[in-house]
Design a protein. Structure first.
Length: 79
């Protein structure tokens, strides 16, 4: 009987945690709008930019603008 009560308590705690986390995700679905990303001239930056652009477009519905260029001019333009 005691083992059954522990299991019920664990399930109640997990349910409460799940419900509280799901309410946080509802408030995080704000309108994304436009996002500007810089795509540098090195391979690792290209793949990271492509992944982030895909996630922003398909996961959050953002309008993504990717600017390609070499490192120095892109850094100067974005900062």
């Amino acid at each position: 009987m005691e083992r059954k009560m522990k299991l019920i308590n664990k399930l109640l705690v997990l349910t409460a945690i799940s419900l509280s986390l799901s309410t946080f995700s509802l408030s995080a679905n704000a309108d994304c709008g436009k996002a500007r990303l810089a795509d540098f001239d090195w391979s690792s930056a290209n793949i990271h930019t492509a992944i982030v652009a895909f996630i922003l477009e398909h996961g959050y519905g953002c309008e993504v603008e990717v600017t390609k260029g070499s490192t120095t001019p892109i850094m100067a333009a974005h900062y």
